[in-house]
Design a protein around this ligand. Structure first.
Ligand code: SF4
Length: 265
């Protein structure tokens, strides 16, 4: 008698059937039975626990990259690489007339990045944005909001001086814009103060005039942006200083509240 024979026969047995059969098998010399012989499922030993592999995290998305500040040491080396790239850039006609590029200057962990339009003669000569009288006005603006002038970063949307200090052309802005965006993503400031219509157009999209963008907080990839007049305009139009003062107060409030928005641009 094999195991399957016994199992087939025992499927519908009652207790008295079973007892009688056991006695019979005992007489026949069968003194040991297993559960399988009665059609019971064999006891399955639990398998050893196999460790669940920890999935490799996906590469960081742009959203995550821009929400997690890059360590300062990495910023320094990346900015140095970017400076090299800019200094050899020939993507637009301004590369033919420039004497040197003007990338930006300041602290790479600055809470505020100040953005103007394009370097002019004096800025190209010194290699730093906001030179001469415009620099003096700018420094007054920085002090007005209680910031250390060594703890800010200044840059322009265009890195080469347009000939005769003319307004940069749309295609020049388009070619140079990615450099500015990379700077901003590396520095990842708490706020951006963008000055003048050309710079506002580049960062926030076209506006008819500066006044259209003033008086509210915009967001560029989640960073708060306050728009105002360029220091050079303040030199030519003293009445604009009061409005710039209001814009600075708005930015100060923005910094205090540490506003963070969605990526609206
Ligand atoms: S303005 Fe900008 S895009 Fe044009 S050559 Fe200079 S760095 Fe390159």
């Amino acid at each position: 008698m094999n195991n399957s024979d016994v199992a087939d026969r025992t499927q519908s047995w009652t207790a008295s059937d079973l007892l009688a059969t056991l006695r019979y098998w005992r007489v026949c010399g069968i003194d040991r039975l297993t559960g399988e012989q009665f059609g019971f499922a064999p006891v399955v030993e639990p398998k050893a626990t196999v460790p669940i592999p920890i999935p490799t995290p996906p590469p960081p998305s742009l959203e995550r990259l821009i929400s997690e500040p890059v360590p300062l040491v990495a910023r320094e080396s990346w900015i140095a690489g970017l400076a090299q790239e800019i200094s050899s850039c020939q993507q637009c006609r301004l590369s033919q007339t420039r004497n040197q590029t003007v990338m930006g200057v300041g602290a790479l962990d600055a809470p505020v990045v100040w953005i103007g339009d394009a370097p002019q003669e004096e800025e190209e000569r010194t290699g730093e944005p906001f030179a001469g009288e415009a620099r003096a006005i700018f420094q007054g603006m920085v002090r007005a909001v209680g910031l250390d002038r060594n703890a800010v970063y200044l840059t322009n949307i265009i890195k080469c001086r347009p000939p005769g200090d003319r307004t940069p052309k749309p295609d020049e802005i388009l070619h140079c814009q990615p450099f500015l965006f990379r700077q901003l993503e590396l520095i990842r400031p708490k706020a951006i103060f963008v000055m003048g219509k050309v710079a506002i157009d580049c960062l926030l999209g076209p506006v008819k005039q500066v006044g259209q963008a003033r008086g509210k907080v915009h967001f560029w990839r989640g960073v708060a942006v306050v728009a105002s007049y360029h220091p050079v305009y303040c030199l030519r139009t003293p009445s604009s200083k009061r409005m710039v003062w209001e814009d600075l107060l708005l930015m100060q409030k923005t910094l205090e509240q540490d506003l963070q928005g969605c990526a609206s641009i």
